[in-house]
Write a protein that binds this ligand. Structure first.
Ligand SMILES: NC(=O)c1ccc[n+]([C@@H]2O[C@H](COP(=O)([O-])OP(=O)(O)OC[C@H]3O[C@@H](n4cnc5c(N)ncnc54)[C@H](O)[C@@H]3O)[C@@H](O)[C@H]2O)c1
Length: 272
């Protein structure tokens, strides 16, 4: 299968390493798209793995990818998702937070149907979405997620700085946001994509509750999902190891991109 990549960071590196090792099946990376004027990470990564490097969507499409993995940013989703689907390329979206925008998501859903193209948002750094989807069919009253990470993971975020939160020297947990996923996700473009995924698989971003916590006692990114409804209650707690080069990203989320690729190969499928 011919794969395109958008983004030259932690997730793209893991995908390239695993495809090169043949760990996922038969995949060929036909292009890596970086951002014009950005730090040369994408270009260097492409060179390291001997993959063609491009900066324009037209150049990416000219390499005829069957599926493009977006591992870049909310901006990249806004810019490229719908045109790629319209051009008939499948897209796996990691920066799922961009999809709490109903207009963008619905345009992408329509484009995917029109082109018969795959539009796939993998589970990322969370689990339990199979049970959530089933519970929703029975009727769900509440879905919530608490995203708690060590203080370092919340640095360099404009919303956190604007609110004047002091992350250095914290002695106990500090709540940075509490409210709907719809309101909260855009405040943390690199950290709470999982709240968007939970919303999309469940009852939507307006009704899904999000609490964001900086906790100096934590070493692992700790996500607690609670669902209650007619079929019963469900609690899922994930303790995720942060990616070594990027404390905002969890290893599980990176591997979720690989699991998504594996699931595209023909053959048996177990669970979601
Ligand atoms: N779904 C999930 O559970 C989950 C979990 C972790 C990360 N993510 C998201 O996945 C994305 C990639 O994560 P990462 O850890 O590899 O990030 P990273 O910061 O290591 O790398 C991202 C790369 O993408 C590039 N980029 C940004 N915008 C671009 C654009 N418009 N076009 C081309 N390149 C662009 C950046 O320059 C950077 O090199 C991020 O948006 C991150 O928030 C999702």
């Amino acid at each position: 299968m011919r794969i395109g990549l958008i983004g030259g960071g932690t997730i793209s590196r893991l995908v390239l390493e695993n495809i090169r090792r043949g760990a996922l099946g038969s995949f060929e990376v036909v292009a890596l798209m970086g951002r014009h004027g950005a730090a040369p990470r994408g270009r260097e990564l492409a060179r390291e793995f001997a993959v063609p490097y491009v900066e324009e969507r037209a150049a990416l499409l000219s390499t005829r990818p069957q599926v493009v993995i977006e591992a870049a940013s909310h901006d990249a989703v806004r810019e490229h998702l719908v045109p790629l689907l319209e051009a008939g390329s499948g897209v796996v979206v990691l920066s799922a937070g961009a999809l709490v925008d109903d207009a963008l998501r619905e345009a992408a859903e329509r484009a995917a149907v029109r082109s018969n193209a795959l539009f796939y948002v993998p589970s990322g750094g969370i689990g339990g979405l199979d049970a959530l989807k089933t519970a929703c069919l029975a009727g769900v009253d509440e879905v919530s997620i608490q995203v708690a990470k060590p203080p370092a993971a919340w640095k360099g975020i404009a919303y956190v700085e604007r609110q004047g939160f002091q992350l250095d020297g914290l002695t106990g947990p500090l709540t940075l946001f509490e409210g709907s996923a719809l309101e909260g996700v855009p405040h943390f473009p690199q950290n709470v994509n999982i709240a968007a995924i939970l919303s999309l698989a469940g009852i939507g971003a307006r009704r899904t509750r999000l609490k964001v916590v900086a906790d100096p006692a934590l070493e692992l990114n700790t996500h607690t999902i609670r669902v209650s409804g007619r079929a019963g209650r469900l609690t899922v707690v994930l303790e995720n190891v942060p990616a070594p080069e990027n404390p905002k990203t969890s290893w599980l989320a990176c591997y979720s991109a690989l699991a998504a690729l594996k699931s595209l190969a023909p053959g048996a499928r177990y669970g979601t």
